[in-house]
Design a protein around this ligand. Structure first.
Ligand code: 13P
Length: 342
């Protein structure tokens, strides 16, 4: 696949009014979310839940692509129709998470390094053959006393850039995700500082590793106060801080920025994305979109509870969150939309 096709795929991921639905929870993460709701943690329940998501009627109106996990990309609907085909037939692009997880970083207490580069070229070739159009790799940066360290930021940025170069070689658009976690008591200003440093380091590494910026999507955190910070800033303050930070650190050649939700509620994630688009959209070089997992899926998962009888109601809740986020992309989200599910 040439650069032109990669560029077209990257643009299609952030097409007007659309964004990504992340459903790439690893088995342990998916099981943890199921356990909390008393849902059995088996391959079959994970398959059923993913079937619920990809068969949601009308999802393609708002969702350009879904991010799958290795187990999921190989699974099928109950009637035998492979998920990749179901997704593609719905006008949605399949993507795949390719990192193998954030592990404790040697010599860096409290910090993580994401693994998965060994054998990645071969895995990417396989996923491409299976129909994947893009890939995702998540790096995790933690804010606490004395961290993040330069060592952690540099090692993760280097791995992200090596991954992104391999993706482009394989004809897949890399979704580059350096996530600064919202866990902790830190302020919005501290998150802004750390996010800016992380992004600058990532883009330096992307340049060094010869990654074409036109053929990638950035998936960052929003700039937020820590979950336990006594001062919780307004939607407008978050929107301003996030866009200011991104303008300083993200080159204009990048076609799109698709935020992760990181543990925000669905409503807040929509409201904050909306505020960014209302206040800045006409002045920004890149599209501001979404690539949420929890902020799109959570209500649907809670309604489903593993019960076949709840599938339709859960799908309505999923469709609703996708619609709210699509509206947020256009600066047309209103809190009153929340009263009108289904
Ligand atoms: P959340 O939106 O739940 O943070 O997940 C996004 C994601 O893909 C994390 O890697």
């Amino acid at each position: 696949m040439g650069a032109q096709e990669l560029r077209a795929t990257a643009k299609a991921i952030v097409a007007e009014g659309k964004g990504l639905l992340a459903m790439d929870e690893s088995n342990p993460t998916c099981n943890k979310r199921f356990a909390r709701l008393g849902i059995p943690q088996t391959e079959e329940t994970r398959r059923s839940y993913r079937e619920l998501i990809v068969t949601t009627p009308g999802l393609g109106e708002f969702i350009s692509g879904v991010i799958l996990y290795d187990e999921t990309i190989r699974q099928s609907r109950k009637d035998g129709n492979p998920f990749v085909k179901v997704i593609t037939d719905a006008g949605i692009m399949p993507g795949i998470k390719v990192d193998t997880g954030a592990k404790d970083m040697a010599g860096h207490p409290g910090e993580k390094i994401t693994e998965g580069l060994d054998g990645l070229r071969d895995r990417l070739a396989q996923y491409s053959q299976m129909g994947a159009r893009f890939a995702k790799w998540r790096a995790v940066i933690t804010i606490a006393a004395g961290i993040p360290s330069r060592g952690c930021i540099e090692a993760n940025a280097h791995a992200l850039a090596r991954y992104a170069a391999l993706c482009q070689e394989a004809g897949l658009v890399p979704i580059v995700e350096p996530e600064v976690l919202m866990d902790g008591e830190h302020t919005l200003e501290r998150c802004c500082e750390v996010t800016e440093e992380a992004l600058r380091t990532v883009f330096n590494q992307l340049y060094t590793q010869r990654v074409a910026l036109e053929c990638m999507i950035l998936k960052p955190n929003m700039v937020l106060p820590g979950r336990d910070c006594p001062k919780q800033d307004s939607v407008e303050e978050v929107a301003d801080a996030t866009v200011t930070c991104l303008l300083r650190a993200v080159p204009a050649a990048v076609p799109g920025i698709a935020f992760l939700s990181g543990g925000q509620s669905g409503e807040l994630a929509s409201a904050r994305l909306n505020a960014m688009n209302v206040r800045f959209k006409s002045r920004l070089p890149w599209a501001l979109a979404f690539s949420f997992a929890r902020a799109i899926q959570q209500p649907a998962l809670e309604i489903w509870q593993g019960d076949e009888a709840h599938v339709s109601a859960a799908q309505q809740a999923l469709y609703h969150r996708a619609r709210c986020n699509s509206a947020a992309r256009l600066g047309q989200y209103r809190p009153e939309m929340e009263n009108n599910v289904g």
